[in-house]
Ligand binder design. Sequence first.
Ligand SMILES: O=C(O)c1cc(=O)[nH]c(=O)n1[C@@H]1O[C@H](COP(=O)(O)O)[C@@H](O)[C@H]1O
Length: 248
Amino acid sequence: MNPLILENATANVASPVLVALDFSTADAALAFAARLDPSQCRLKVGKELFTAAGPQLVEQLAARGFQVFLDLKFHDIPNTVAHACKMAADIGVWMVNVHASGGRRMMSAAAEALANYSQRPLLIAVTVLTSMEAADLAEIGITVPPQEHVLRLARLTRDSGFDGVVCSAQEAPLLKAELGQDFKLVTPGIRLADSAADDQRRVMTPVAALQAGADYLVIGRPITKAVDPLAVLSGINADIRAWQLSQA
Ligand SMILES: O=C(O)c1cc(=O)[nH]c(=O)n1[C@@H]1O[C@H](COP(=O)(O)O)[C@@H](O)[C@H]1O
């Protein structure tokens, strides 16, 4: 693990928001990140940005104090995924993900590969993409309701030694009830009441997602494509704080 990155990426992040930096260049991502404070959110680097900008960009974000979720959704044979997860841990990311449909042996190999790290990234598996609904699953031969398939994959993920799953907030009450409070739920498909769903299908608003049991909210376009992204992020954080205070 890169000690410089760990030392820098220790910001006390008050918010459960992970902003998806779905940009096509390092410059665009760094310019956007320069407007944010690491106490306001964590950052997610996904396939588009990582393909364009690589590990160096992740290291630059971490050096600015951001905790980074490397969202490359590894899905391959166990040996390949295990080594890819090790590379992610060596970059110093805070969270990394794979596809749960890669199966138990793939996930166990990943967990085992990181077992000896004193401070390893959170290991998370994607269950059913939030862009999918029952009809999409039926086309690939999965005829049970989405939440049944999500629960099956989440159980497999937990039993493989992972820290949590990516799911939609719609499944959060079921997963918390079945798998316990400590198993982390990372929920994309977050939309404000007035924002377009875009390609997402299983969506929820930020506070409703937290109420349902989500631990982290992955939010991209509703923030990054807003006319005033900082105002939107601040508004979301203010709503979350108000809700948290009402629960205290
Ligand atoms: O693993 C993810 O982060 C992920 C899983 C999933 O099921 N759905 C999903 O949308 N994501 C990611 O979350 C982000 C959502 O972005 P927006 O739809 O723009 O808010 C994107 O970067 C997706 O790649």
